[in-house]
Design a protein around this ligand. Structure first.
Ligand SMILES: [Fe+2]
Ligand SMILES: [Fe+2]
Length: 240
């Protein structure tokens, strides 16, 4: 039990925690962010009631937001993730959960992603402010936690770096990154497919490095060059 009261200058909220008999302080700015965060999450949730079955819940939520193409893509990524998990000895449940939720923030239009990320208290890099589409990886991790009750930090990490990867990536991070690229949703074959498959013949690291190499070669033509991708390239490909 705790009772809150506002400072006379209205800049801070104080509270007393009865059980631990401690007095805390929360700035009004933080309280405002939390209030905004709750309203955005509630707005997105609408009448959504998760059952605990992630594939079912993800498809249901995306369906409520009229995004059948994202359901189809997520199902494809989950199928690839399950295959890769069995092949490389990664936990299949973690892989499928991350895959089903990796693009769940598609429910937030690109034009609203920067404001939404700031409202949710997400740290936004300059490259992400310049190209808010990339923020969907971090936004998806927040929605996975707040709407789908995902608490596993390994799953949230894989969701949050599925577009850019990051330095020190775990096998699960790399697996979801690769599964997303294998589940190509454009006509024809992806231009990097043979490199990716050659990498997969060796390891997840080699496959991730193959796709990073593809990105490195394309970097002058990309909307922005994300610092996590740059760092992952140095980490896995050894580029300087
Ligand atoms: Fe994505
Ligand atoms: Fe995706």
């Amino acid at each position: 039990m705790r009772k809150a009261w506002i400072s006379p200058d209205k800049t801070h909220r104080f509270w007393f925690h009865r059980k631990t008999a401690t007095i805390g302080r929360q700035s009004q700015a933080i309280a405002f962010i939390i209030k905004r965060m709750q309203s955005l999450i509630l707005l997105l949730a609408g009448s959504f009631q998760p059952s605990g079955n992630i594939p079912h819940d993800a498809a249901n939520f995306l369906g409520m937001h009229h995004l059948p193409q994202i359901i189809q893509h997520s199902a494809g990524v989950a199928a690839e993730a399950a295959r890769l998990a069995a092949r490389f000895g990664v936990d299949g449940r973690q892989a499928e959960t991350a895959a089903w939720l990796h693009d769940i923030s598609a429910v937030i239009p690109t034009s609203q992603r920067l404001e939404s990320a700031r409202g949710l208290g997400i740290a936004v890099l300059p490259e992400e402010a310049a190209c808010p589409m990339i923020l969907h990886q971090k936004l998806s991790a927040v929605l996975a936690a707040d709407l789908f009750s995902v608490t596993d930090p390994a799953v949230l990490s894989a969701i949050a770096c599925h577009t850019t990867l990051k330095p020190g990536a775990s096998p699960l991070d790399m697996l979801v990154f690769i599964a997303d690229k294998l589940a190509w949703d454009q006509p024809g074959e992806p231009p990097y497919l043979s490199q990716l498959q050659a990498g997969l013949a060796v390891s997840l690291q080699k496959a991730a490095a193959a796709f990073l190499m593809h990105l490195w070669e394309q970097r002058a033509h990309l909307p922005v060059w994300h610092p996590w991708t740059e760092a992952a390239c140095r980490d896995l490909v050894g580029l300087e």
